[in-house]
Ligand binder design. Structure first.
Ligand code: RTP
Ligand code: MG
Length: 140
């Protein structure tokens, strides 16, 4: 399997509870390397742009409000099959369905406040990385 890069976000519910280090340990234990990382506070408009694909969904407004409610940590993870591997480490969107040991099983508070975001395909990973980072910031 090829080396890939994926965009990860540690969401406001997790930064509020000081869980950045515990979540990063999960990535590193799974063999994912954090090759870029920064803490930012999104505006609601910026969150809305990032989640534009969901704009017709009933939870869109609530999601954008939540993502702008506190700082987030945006990061690029690199590794073998990083996109799928990260989705496995994250666990299912709804923490009630997330496998034991996954980030969402251990830390998520609800289907909305679910601690992490991860890109879902190579095309979205490339676009989402470019949304937050310049090439110079990716230090593999
Ligand atoms: P993500 O994009 O954040 O990695 O999560 P995902 O693929 O597992 O979930 P997705 O369907 O893409 O939804 C994006 C985010 O929207 C929030 N959500 N809320 N209230 C709800 O029913 C609901 N459904 C989704 C979650 O924060 C989810 O991660
Ligand atoms: Mg998604």
């Amino acid at each position: 399997m090829a080396t890939e890069r994926t965009l990860s976000i540690i969401k406001p519910d997790a930064t509020r509870r000081n869980l950045t280090g515990k979540i990063n340990a999960k990535f590193e234990e799974a063999g994912l390397r954090i090759i870029a990382q920064k803490r930012i506070h999104l505006t609601k408009a910026q969150a809305g742009k990032f989640y534009e694909v969901h704009k017709e969904r009933p939870f869109y407004d609530e999601l954008c409000e939540f993502m702008a409610s506190a700082p987030v940590v945006v990061q690029v993870l690199e590794g073998e099959g990083a996109i799928v591997k990260n989705r496995e480490v994250m666990g299912a969107t709804n923490p009630a369905d997330a496998a034991p040991g996954t980030i969402r099983a251990e830390f998520a508070q609800s289907v909305g406040e679910n601690s992490v975001h991860g890109s879902d395909a190579p095309e979205t990973a490339a676009a989402e990385i470019a949304f937050y980072f310049s090439g110079l910031e990716l230090v593999g």
